[in-house]
Design a protein around this ligand. Sequence first.
Ligand SMILES: [Zn+2]
Length: 299
Amino acid sequence: MAIVSMNSLLRQAQQHRYMVGYFESWNLESLLAVVDAAEHTRSPVIIGFNGGFLDNPERSVKENIYHYGALGITVAREAGIPICLLMNEAAHPSTLLRAIQAGFNAIMYAGSHDTPEELLETTRYLVRTAHACSVAVEAEAGTLPWADGHGGLAENGRATDPDEASAFVKETSVDALAVSVGNVHVLEGSTVSLDWELLAHIHRKVSVPLVLHGGTGIDRHALREAAGYGVAKVNVGTLLKRACLDSWSEIFRTPGRLEDDPHALLGGGGKQDMNRLARERMAEKVANFMEDLGSTGKA
Ligand SMILES: [Zn+2]
């Protein structure tokens, strides 16, 4: 199936009151796990990678965005469900320009450390360039807090201001807007409830589809309600990495297991293959999440 625009995926979702998941991958198995889940549940889906990780200057080996683009496009074309390919939260505009060249059809700039003027200028520039290439742009208004992994916060966020958000969308023509309404990045092990009043206020003021990042840490029962508040996309990352690590951890903790035939453990593809087992575990978690988004059966 051809790659599908984020705008058409999100418009459909808004019309029919469900949400599309963006499930963030980092390698082939995690990417295929998302597509397995989407095909199994007949869900439209947004696949992709985290630009902030890929363009992190502290990475010991420099990553080539084109490898990730080729991977994403090939997987999307072969899949039997509508897929959009997102380069999420890159900290450098140049990463996003390369992502567009590499075939990503949606981008998001992480400009939370910019001044409001810088953010406006960079976002406008990216929107002009991206739209000329039929690529959608997501932006964030306000900032999400970051969980520290020990029940606290590594960074405090700033809640989205509805008037600011509305002005930002009008001035930049972004296609979707991520909002900070109680949701927390990389939160796991506990859940937060959303500020519904604030979300409703933003929804009244902002014309484009809204996005919730930090999907792993949002109370799943409440999450279903968000579609009624203009939310059309939910970002999920931590859930996949935890599922992968849990699966590997079981293997590592099984006595004697790592002494088995290395080809059976890696690359053989049979019952003992660590990557195969992780892929299955991730796909299961993603499929469950899709149920809560209401996207199952909508492909
Ligand atoms: Zn995010």
